[in-house]
Design a protein around this ligand. Structure first.
Ligand SMILES: Nc1ncnc2c1ncn2[C@@H]1O[C@H](COP(=O)(O)OP(=O)(O)OP(=O)(O)O)[C@@H](O)[C@H]1O
Ligand SMILES: [Mg+2]
Length: 497
């Protein structure tokens, strides 16, 4: 049934056929049997595809295998790995009925069921009850830098189904900072690190003749030649245009932290927190009695950023719970989107005695507390348009950069018990901006924190001013903190904001 031909794996079974050819790091993953593997590499090298293909192959080859595909949150899994899974990996198997999707029940998580009894369960660590009560042979964690070491240890306790001859945790990720716990775990030898490269993905680089234009040798030890495909050349040029730490991680695949990072205090493991959920898996809103605030940083070519915050007044802790971070949309479109999220139309019936008939009354009600203030950057036109289309008043932000950064750093700093005064709720983003996705730019404020750095002069000295790039979400958080915490006069600043 399985035929490993040179660098290709061909699974042919009745009544379907599926072909996939891993190369480089992806091939190494296929051949590995260690109990813990991390495939790391820059963007788009084929890491996730390889992990999913391995899951598929193991399930096809051994009946009654139990596999699990996992991410920090189920929602993020749906928009990434599961698309590749359905469109490429199990495409033919779904068509022939070899694999069917089962939507889940109160007891069982959603899963793909194979004719041979194997199953692939899917889920998020944000809602672990149904998935973590079972045992598995192979678990794939996508974007493993998002999970904590406690998550990893918990997942490993579930690897004991013993239908297959080896039990394996496979993970993939783009590199994070050099001190990330997962990288340190690999350095310690507790997890095997496999590096994958762009040249490993046949969608980006195809095999070619030695004398073909832009042909280069595939790897030092091989005699094969490859050249970028048309798609690959475009994709690599987008990555080449990235700057700073994003370029190092997403183009070069390096585990590095940004140098001269402004918010050194920010740690996603601390400052990004999970929602509470009810028994049906619905998010529980933050308490009604906590006052709400919005901030806006206007933009069209650069992202327009609107953020909603709730303040726990007893503890003086801010929670950012919703974010719009989007380019190339008009202010009126953003205004109507936010209103559609925070309000709903309620229809009530009443009896019209005069005409003797039932009639309907429609009114728009807020589904969450109205903001006590909407704090905006100084775009007068933008503010006017937003006010006109929402009927809500706005006010100008206090924009002193240094004071804002100092005060925001103070909120991010943890106290002796490990608590900060500023948190981002996980998955607060309303929708991903396709422009940012295509150009590998930050899609949310959470991603901006890692690359917001101080300017460095040509002689290498750190300057007293942040780099004004990919900072729209950063500005919005600063406006919020300034609104609450700024009491005194601004420090003299010549740099404007
Ligand atoms: N061996 C292969 N043959 C054909 N297509 C492939 C192969 N490997 C990857 N691809 C395709 O390349 C695209 C990118 O692959 P994938 O999403 O696995 O990359 P990734 O390394 O996980 O990216 P990211 O770093 O963004 O998570 C997908 O469309 C995938 O189907
Ligand atoms: Mg991936």
């Amino acid at each position: 049934m399985v035929n490993t031909l040179n660098k290709s794996v061909l699974i042919t079974g009745q009544p379907h056929e599926h072909e996939y050819a891993p190369r480089g790091g992806c091939l190494e993953l296929f051949n590995s049997r260690q109990e813990e593997i991390l495939v790391s590499g820059p963007a788009g090298t084929g890491k996730s595809r390889a992990c999913l293909e391995k899951i598929f192959m193991v399930c096809m080859l051994t009946k009654n295998t139990r596999a699990l595909i996992l991410r920090k949150t189920q929602r993020s899994l749906g928009s990434t790995a599961l698309v590749t899974w359905r469109n490429f990996v199990i495409k033919e198997a779904l068509e022939t009925g070899e694999v069917v999707y089962y939507g889940g029940s109160q007891q069982e998580a959603p899963q793909y069921r194979f004719k041979n009894g194997s199953t692939v369960t899917i889920g998020g660590l944000d809602n672990p009850t149904r998935i973590m009560s079972s045992e598995y042979d192979i678990v794939y964690v996508q974007e493993a830098t998002e999970i904590t070491i406690t998550d990893l240890e918990f997942i490993k306790t579930r690897l004991r189904n013993w239908r297959t001859s080896f039990q394996q945790l496979i993970m993939d990720c783009n590199p994070a900072g050099d001190k990330h716990w997962l990288k340190l775990r690999c350095n310690d030898g507790k997890c095997r690190l496999i590096e994958s490269r762009h040249e490993d993905n046949p969608r980006l680089f195809e095999e070619c003749e030695e004398d073909a234009p832009s042909a280069k040798i595939y790897e030092a030890s091989s005699t094969g030649f490859i050249a970028p495909t048309e798609y690959g050349a475009k994709y690599i040029s987008i990555l080449d245009n990235l700057t700073g730490v994003r370029h190092k991680r997403l183009r070069l695949g390096l585990w590095v932290s940004a140098e001269g990072i402004v918010y050194e205090e920010f740690d996603p493991a601390i400052h990004v927190v999970d929602w509470d959920y009810d028994a049906d898996g619905n998010r529980l809103p933050l308490p009604e009695e906590w006052p709400r605030y919005w901030t806006i940083d206007f933009g069209y070519v650069h992202p327009f950023v609107l953020k909603c915050y709730a303040l726990d007044p007893d503890e003086d802790v801010l929670y950012m719970y919703r974010e719009i971070h989007y380019t190339q949309r008009l202010v009126e479109e953003h205004a109507s989107q936010i209103l559609s999220i925070v309000t709903k139309e309620v229809v009530t019936e009443w009896y019209d005695h005069f005409n003797r008939e039932m009639r309907e009354r429609r009114e728009v009600v807020w589904t969450e507390p109205k903001p006590q203030a909407i704090i905006c950057d100084h775009d007068a036109e933008g503010r006017k348009t937003f006010e006109k289309h929402t009927g809500l008043g706005t006010q100008r932000a206090i924009k002193h950069v240094h004071d804002g950064i100092d005060l925001h750093k103070a909120r991010l700093k943890t106290d002796k018990d490990g608590f900060a005064r500023f948190y981002l709720m996980r998955n607060a983003l309303v929708e991903k901006d396709p422009y940012a996705v295509e150009h590998l730019l930050p899609t949310s404020t959470e991603e901006e924190y890692a690359s917001y750095v101080w300017k460095v002069s040509p002689d290498g000295r750190k300057q007293d001013e942040p780099v004004k790039r990919d900072d729209d979400g950063m500005d919005a958080d600063r406006y919020m903190t300034m609104f609450l915490d700024f009491k005194g006069k601004a420090r003299l600043s010549l740099m404007g904001a």
